[in-house]
Design a protein around this ligand. Structure first.
Ligand code: PGA
Length: 260
C-alpha cells in the first residue's frame, strides 16, 4: 500500500470561537472533492472538541498539538493523549520545533510521548528538521537521521505514525527548500523508516512543513516521497487550506493513474 496523502493544519496558538466558522467553511468547500486526501486540523485545545464535532461526521479528523508523557496526574496545565482522544482527536503533533525550542523537548521525551499516543489510539505526527546553520554546514540529513533515531518509537510499537519534515528556517518565513533538497531529505527519511520498520516503513506518510502555501503546494506535494503537508499559517483560512487540499488531490490522482 502506498502512503496516504495527509494535509494537516497546525493552528498553533491561534483561534477563538469565531474560527469555528472557518472549519464549517472548510467542510463545505471540500465536500465535493474526491476523498484521496486525509484532512486533519490541530486547533488549540480550547477548540478541540468543537472542531472534532464539526470534522468527524464529515470524515475529516482533528488532532492535538502536544501531549504529556504521563496518562494523568499532578501536572498542572498539561494535557494527556487520553484527554485528546476523549475530545475526539485522532492525531497529535509531537516534537514540533517550537516545542523543542520553547519547552526543551528532547528526542527521548518525544519518543515517550509518541509511544504513549500510540497506546492511546492516536497517530503521532512526529516533527523533525534542521536549523539554518545546520543546513548551511551541510549536516541537515545527518541531523534529521539523528532526530529520527531518538524520537521514533521502537519498531515493536507499530508503524502507525506520521513524520513531518519541517526545516526550522522555513517555518513562518516564506522561505522553502528547493524541490531537490526536499526530495533528498524525504528519500533519506524513507530509507531510515524502511531500515527501522522494514516494509511497513514504506507506508508511513512523510509530510513536508514550512511555508507551504496554495502557491507552492502543487509543486512541493508532487515531490517524490512527499505524502502531504503540515500547514501552519495557510491552514487558518478555509479558502487557503482548501486550495492546498485540492493540490494534494490533484497529485494523488496523477500518482494513482501512474501506478495502474
Ligand atoms: P507555517 O508553519 O506553514 O506557518 O510555516 C508550519 C508549521 O510550523 O507546522
Amino acid at each position: 500500500m502506498s502512503p496516504q496523502m495527509i494535509l494537516a493544519g497546525n493552528w498553533k496558538m491561534n483561534g477563538l470561537t469565531a474560527a469555528l466558522d472557518e472549519v464549517a467553511l472548510l467542510v463545505a468547500s471540500t465536500a465535493d472533492m474526491a476523498s484521496d486526501v486525509r484532512i486533519v486540523i490541530c486547533p488549540p485545545t480550547t477548540l478541540l472538541s468543537r472542531v472534532s464535532d464539526l470534522l468527524n461526521p464529515a470524515g475529516m479528523a482533528s488532532g492535538g498539538q502536544n501531549c504529556h508523557i504521563a496518562t494523568k496526574g499532578a501536572h498542572t496545565g498539561d494535557i494527556s493523549a487520553q484527554m485528546l482522544k476523549d475530545a475526539g482527536a485522532s492525531y497529535v503533533i509531537i516534537g514540533h520545533s517550537e516545542r523543542r525550542m520553547d519547552h526543551g523537548e528532547t528526542d527521548g521525551r518525544v519518543r515517550t510521548k509518541a509511544e504513549l499516543a500510540i497506546s492511546e489510539g492516536l497517530v503521532p505526527i512526529i516533527c523533525v528538521g534542521e536549523t539554518l546553520a545546520e543546513r548551511e554546514n551541510g549536516v541537515a540529513i545527518t541531523v534529521v537521521e539523528h532526530q529520527l533515531s531518538g524520537s521514533v518509537p521502537a519498531a515493536d510499537k507499530g508503524a502507525n505514525i506520521v513524520i513531518a519534515y519541517e526545516p526550522v528556517w522555513a517555518i513562518g518565513t516564506g522561505r522553502v527548500p528547493t524541490n531537490a533538497d526536499i526530495a533528498d531529505m524525504h528519500k533519506a527519511i524513507r530509507t531510515w523508516l524502511v531500515g527501522h520498520y522494514g516494509s511497513a516503513g514504506g507506508e508511513v506518510s512523510i509530510l513536508y512543513g514550512g511555508s507551504l502555501k496554495p502557491e507552492n503546494a502543487d509543486e512541493i506535494l508532487a515531490v517524490e516521497n512527499v505524502n502531504g503537508g503540515l500547514v501552519g499559517g495557510a491552514s487558518l483560512k478555509a479558502e487557503d487550506f482548501s486550495r492546498i487540499i485540492a493540490s494534494g488531490q490533484r497529485v494523488q490522482t496523477i500518482r494513482r493513474a501512474a501506478a495502474t
